[in-house]
Design a protein around this ligand. Structure first.
Ligand code: F6R
Length: 619
């Protein structure tokens, strides 16, 4: 979703802002723009489309203070006028904004009444005019009242934002303050990087990581005045605040494609090493135990747990569904996965002995953050299962488990799915070892878990013959995905992935549900992908397979290597043998590869599918 990068420091070149925007590209956007302070004016360029389009029109100008933005349209279409930065009517204030100003319609009406001609349809533009009015000593809508905001940038921003309802991550420049940046946060992340005679601002720590690892994370309600060698923090209500400079952890892996043509395929192949990174140092084989220091839980805390709820969206919800099955199966704690965007709106019952995990790759998903807030308001315990270190979810939960998949740049999530499951399985082991399983059972679990990265690698090295299947799928009007038990969430994940990357309608069901309605959609030649690893439910899944086959479906079967059921599929893909519990880490792999290959065959924008964003920071 939208991204912000800002710089104030010793003189460099405008190209720096383009580089920063490139590191935000993976989040998904549809236009980009930048502004550089130039003595008595702003150098401003905006362009719809990719950053490369912007780069073509940006001159190589000196940069001492500048802001830049990638926009993912919410208010108003994808046009150059709607792209950020937005300049005030008097050309004195310019800003970039992430988030949504819910009452911007009122602002637009009042600004128009005051004679200001709006240049865009955006909510963000209104803020630039209001701040400019306040900065010139008038009311926010040009009223002739003498306010003490005159010439006071912080007070002008505060007065403006006190009127706004919604979310913001803002970076603002004033034309008469050449070496100063102002930033504000409410519900949309912002981080300030502390460099040598330079300060960086971004909505995403990843964008500033090449320049500095020393950062200050802003909290909701914070405002900062940033100059090249200092950051002054204050609060929207005028109060003061202090924050520590934190050091960003060294990330495993890199955010570059290397020799791979796309991030998605690189990240699929990252999985063996990513799972290893997640497990590293977290299992004590001799005790058959896991230790997740970030949870800070004693054995007695596990004994008193009455339930576990895992909250996430999209892929994170699917991983949570796998995790919930494992926790309940092995640790005998009632566990469920819930879609975060639904959870908070149903006035959920929060029990003080329950534990709530917020599961998120980006750690910035607004729906998941909203669910956390609701739980916290009701006195519940929240923990994060998160990839991005220092992200809003990680910070607002305070405790949790980092999944350590390394940066995931493709919009379609792959390695985060596997690592979320791995992190949840470590929790499962820790809880189960306290509550239900013996040391020998725990050791067996550890041994099998440790073998999984090698098995994932083994499958990826020999994925089976996929191209004929890709041909079938690429022509399909609709594709079904079926699985039971641990394979039902995998089916859902496979369908989501193929929809995202190939834009083909996909329907996923627990296989027993097929006959209760969806089977009506089957026609001769409809592809049905059936996930049936060697588990106790396999034979039931095969009954569903026969029902589909009898109606002319083309069966693509994912099964365990060496299983004779391979002959049931028109096309069959074998994955290495493992226990039922670990099967999602393997059965998801062919689905990820097929999505990638079908997307490629159809010429889709693999890493940045249309309409999608990597980090969904609006509700
Ligand atoms: C699917 C995908 C999305 C995300 C969802 C949650 O490939 O990427 O469905 O899984 O938007 O995002 P996070 O995990 O960042 O909270």
């Amino acid at each position: 979703m939208c991204g912000i990068i800002g710089y104030v420091g010793t003189s460099i070149r405008s190209q720096f802002l383009i580089q920063g925007l490139r590191r935000l590209e993976y989040r998904g956007y549809d236009s980009a723009g930048l502004a550089v302070h130039q003595s008595d004016r702003f150098y401003l360029k905006r362009k719809i489309g990719r950053v490369i389009e912007l780069e073509k029109v940006v001159d190589d100008v000196p940069l001492q203070t500048g802001i830049a933005h990638t926009r993912w349209a919410t208010h108003g279409g994808v046009t150059e006028e709607n792209a950020h930065p937005h300049l005030s009517f008097d050309q004195r204030v310019i800003l970039v904004h992430n988030g949504i100003i819910e009452n911007s319609k009122q602002f637009q009406t009042k600004l128009k009444e005051s004679g200001i001609e709006l240049q865009s349809e955006t909510d963000s533009e209104t803020l630039s005019h209001m701040i400019a009015n306040l900065y010139s000593g008038k009311g926010p809508f040009g009223e002739d009242i003498d306010l003490e905001t005159k010439g006071n940038p912080l007070e002008s921003i505060r007065q403006c934002l006190r009127l706004a309802r919604g979310t913001w991550g803002l970076a603002i420049m004033f034309v008469d303050r050449p070496n100063e940046l102002f930033v504000a946060r409410n519900g949309s992340p912002l981080v300030i990087g502390v460099g040598d005679q330079a300060r960086y601002v971004s909505s995403d720590p990843h964008a500033i990581l090449p320049f500095t690892k020393q950062v200050i994370f802003l909290d909701d309600g914070d405002i900062a005045h940033v100059v090249q060698d200092d950051v002054q923090l204050s609060r929207l209500d005028g109060g003061t605040t202090n924050k520590l400079i934190e050091t960003l952890e060294e990330e495993w892996g890199d955010g570059e494609k290397g020799d791979f043509p796309h991030f998605m395929i690189k990240e699929i192949f990252d999985q063996p090493e990513a799972i290893r990174q997640c497990l590293r140092g977290r299992m004590v084989h001799d005790e058959g135990m896991a230790k997740l220091g970030g949870l800070d839980m004693e054995p007695k805390d596990f004994l008193s747990l009455s339930s576990v709820t895992l909250l996430g969206c999209g892929t994170s919800f699917h991983a949570s569904s796998v995790g919930a099955l494992a926790i309940e199966r092995l640790a005998r704690i009632p566990a469920r996965a819930e879609i975060a965007s639904e959870f908070r709106h149903r006035n959920p019952v929060i029990d003080s002995d329950s534990m709530f995990f917020a599961v998120s790759q980006s750690g910035e998903t607004a729906d998941t953050l909203g669910a956390i807030r609701e739980i916290q308001i009701k006195g519940g315990t929240t923990m994060g299962i998160v990839n991005v270190v220092g992200s809003s979810i990680a910070r607002s939960c305070g405790r949790g488990v980092y999944i350590h998949s390394g940066p995931e740049m493709a919009v379609a999530s792959t390695k985060a799915f596997s690592n979320m499951i791995s992190a949840m399985y470590l929790f499962t082991l820790q809880a189960a070892r306290v509550r239900t399983i013996s040391s020998a059972q725990g050791q067996h679990f550890c041994s099998e878990f440790q073998e999984m990265p090698e098995k994932v690698d083994r499958y990826l090295q020999k994925p089976g013959i996929l191209d004929p299947i890709v041909e079938v799928l690429a022509k399909a009007k609709i594709i079904f995905f079926l699985g039971r038990g641990f394979s039902a969430p995998v089916a859902a994940e496979g369908a989501l992935k193929l929809m995202e990357v190939a834009y083909i309608p996909c329907v996923a069901y627990p296989s027993g549900e097929m006959k209760h309605g969806p089977i009506a959609l089957l026609e001769k030649g409809t592809p049905v992908i059936i996930i049936a690893p060697n588990d106790p439910l396999k034979h039931k899944t095969i009954s569903s397979l026969h029902e589909c086959k009898a109606r002319g479906a083309i069966i693509i079967l994912i099964h365990t290597q060496g299983d004779p059921i391979a002959s049931e599929g028109d096309y069959s893909i074998a994955v290495p043998e493992c226990s039922e519990l670990f099967s999602p880490l393997l059965t998801v792999l062919p689905l990820q590869l097929l999505s990638y290959k079908v997307g490629l065959a159809l010429g889709r924008d693999i890493d940045r599918p249309r309409n999608l964003a990597k980090s969904v920071t609006v509700e």
